[in-house]
Design a binder for this molecule. Structure first.
Ligand code: PLP
Length: 267
């Protein structure tokens, strides 16, 4: 029997937190990679005791094991793209920065996760400074929602003009590109806008999907962008495709009952 040893799937690595309820974090990332035909590897930074109703507890993984997971993956697999999600403490953020310098992945999507939909803080305050200083300039794209962008830019964001001013502030902090998610702004039409240093802003609108099942939307979007980049798409196309993927997953999951709170997307 002839065994084909030359074929390999594109590989994406998620460095993020675990959600025991299966809707967000590592679990959402791996489902997304798999659904898009990308082999998913993971480095878990923290474990949450969580379900669709909320986060009950957070345990950070030891820095040695976070580093060990990242090293083990990079020293064996060819990683085509990286997604970075929940980084609970400073040590994890610093390890990720050092790992980027060591292994030089060229496509890195950072979701600056701070607070869950259910209102739980997923990050220690001092970690945010390390993420801004050590990670922003090392990654390809950051994907803040409005609340995160307000916090990171230090200004109110009430409309698209303010989204742009805030994005310029984040670019000035060292980011190469910012996908600002307008989903939390008032109104039926929600725009996500991709700001880069050289190109005109790319405005992406889709009608709001009327559903409670939004748990893990941010995780899924950033991992879909990473997956499409692992598959070879350039950033704007990867963002467009990821947005379509999210919209489809929100629509098909809109009336599905999983748990008693904010259910997950369907993918
Ligand atoms: N739990 C984990 C482990 C996460 O990484 C995230 C988001 O990135 C969340 C929960 C929050 O997800 P959501 O705000 O969609 O509920």
């Amino acid at each position: 029997m002839k065994i084909n040893t030359t074929f390999r799937y594109p590989v994406a690595l998620t460095i993020a937190g675990s959600d025991s309820g299966g809707g967000a974090g590592i679990q959402a990332d791996l489902k997304t990679f798999s659904a898009l035909g990308v082999f998913g590897a993971s480095a878990i930074t923290s474990v949450t005791a969580q379900n669709t109703q909320g986060v009950r507890g957070i345990q950070a993984i030891s820095p040695e094991i976070v580093e060990g997971q990242i090293n083990a993956v990079f020293e064996d697999l060819t990683v085509d793209a990286v997604k970075i999600g929940m980084l609970h403490n400073r040590e994890a953020a610093r390890i990720v920065a050092c790992s980027i310098d060591r292994f030089c992945p060229s496509k890195i999507i950072l979701d600056p996760v701070m607070i869950s939909t259910s209102g739980s803080k997923l990050i220690e305050d001092e970690t945010i400074e390390v993420i801004v200083k050590e990670l922003f300039h090392r990654v390809t794209l950051i994907t803040p929602n409005i609340d995160e962008a307000v916090f990171l830019s230090g200004m109110p964001i009430r409309n698209e003009e303010e989204m742009e001013i805030a994005a310029q502030k984040l670019l000035a902090l060292g980011c190469r590109s910012v996908l600002m998610k307008g989903g939390h702004l008032e109104g039926k039409e929600m725009a996500d806008i991709l700001f880069t240093r050289d190109e005109a802003p790319l405005r992406l609108t889709v009608p709001t999907v009327d559903t409670q099942n939004t748990h893990g939307t941010g995780c899924t979007l950033s991992s879909a962008i990473a997956a499409y980049m692992a598959l070879g798409k350039k950033l704007p196309d990867a963002v467009r495709s990821a947005k379509d993927y999210i919209t489809a997953a929100l629509k098909t999951g809109a009336d599905v009952k999983t748990g008693h709170g904010h259910g997950p997307l369907d993918h």
